[in-house]
Design a protein around this ligand. Sequence first.
Ligand code: PMP
Length: 442
Amino acid sequence: SATEEELAAYGVAHITKGIGRSSTMVIERGEGVWLHSVGGRKVFDLTTGIGVTSTGHSHPTVVKAVQEQAARIPHAQVNLVLHKPMIDLISRMQEVMPHSSLDTFFFWNSGAEAVEAALKLARQATKKSNIIVFNGGYHGRTIGTMSLTTSKTVYRTGFGPLMPQVFVAPVPYAHHCSGNICNQPGADNSHCVNWALEQMELLLKMQSAPEDTGAMIIEPVLGEGGYVPMPAEFLQGLRKICDKNGILLVADEVQTGMGRTGKHWAVEHAPVTPDILIFAKGIASGYPLSGIASRRDLMDKQPAGSMGGTYGGNAVACAAALGTLDVFKAENLLGNVAVRSEQFFGSLRSNLPSILAKHDISVDIRGLGLMIGLEFSGPGTKKYKKGIAAEIASTALDKYDMLILTTSVYDTLRLIPPLNITEAETTEALRRLYASLEDVLA
Ligand code: PMP
């Protein structure tokens, strides 16, 4: 049979060059934090497949739920019939919604499709077509969601014309705040937050009038834009502006949702209740399931037949989500996120600055729960090289068998472990990270 190298060469030759890829490993199976390749390589996965396999690879509870549903019926088409896994899932999700007003659901397969669904609902319900998005936001790769995405030009270049009537507002990104005054030790974000809210008020006066503006779509922690948590005061300020102007607040929790930040939903940290909540990724431990939750009075404005899709709310994917929710309870995942988050941040804050100070490099350590970003900088200094984050990631994989992702246009690494990572596994991930960093700086 073919070797891993042969399989990889065939795959690379016959898969579009349009895919950006961290490695050419050919994966055979996964277990918890580990990936196993066809050729027998074992790699620590600090990416969870971009924030998806939050219960670890192939959690037995999820596997069992999937196997049982696959044997019963995988596809009970949503435009034709209802099915029990979806109904059970709605009832279980209602228990964990950030607010009881979010009681009506629509299911899809991918994050982008769910964002599209939110966009459609916002326009139908408000009869207003302008959409406000936030600089550095990522919402997907369809023409519609790409038009909302501003985290990197590569996602939109060459694909125009994009959807019109999208307006981009700035975010309070303290690390890049003017004069860095919000980024000094002990400083709060208030300067940055006030400035960004003022810019939003101006945008509504100068470019996108409230009577034309249907929705604002925001990630409570910028994901592809750099793992930048949006301050509570900013989200609360947006909520007030939306209420005052009859604009819907849409939270894209595709990457931040389902426990990733230490609460079921990242908006709970503010806390703020969105009018539409978008979920995907971690919800179903690797199965394609996404959706939106909203208020019944908004969803009731959708004419029958205006929403749908062949595979949306697939029964096996819903069963995987039910299995995932079982694991959340049985293993107290939110409790685990809290202690492992402390372990990660504690170690990073006590070790990274001293490793880097010798080289005149600084690091912004930020995030929420197990959504951890490390942004390296040090312009004009001796050792800092642009691209250091990517270099650490490739060293981690090549020399220390650990898969780790970069993010954003800045030099940023993101750590996305499974939510059931153990203390020993956390120590091991950090050991491999520090070793990779020391190698790059040597
Ligand atoms: N929104 C956010 C916040 C995301 O992080 C992503 C995926 N990275 C998407 C939407 C799109 O999800 P998908 O890739 O499943 O279409």
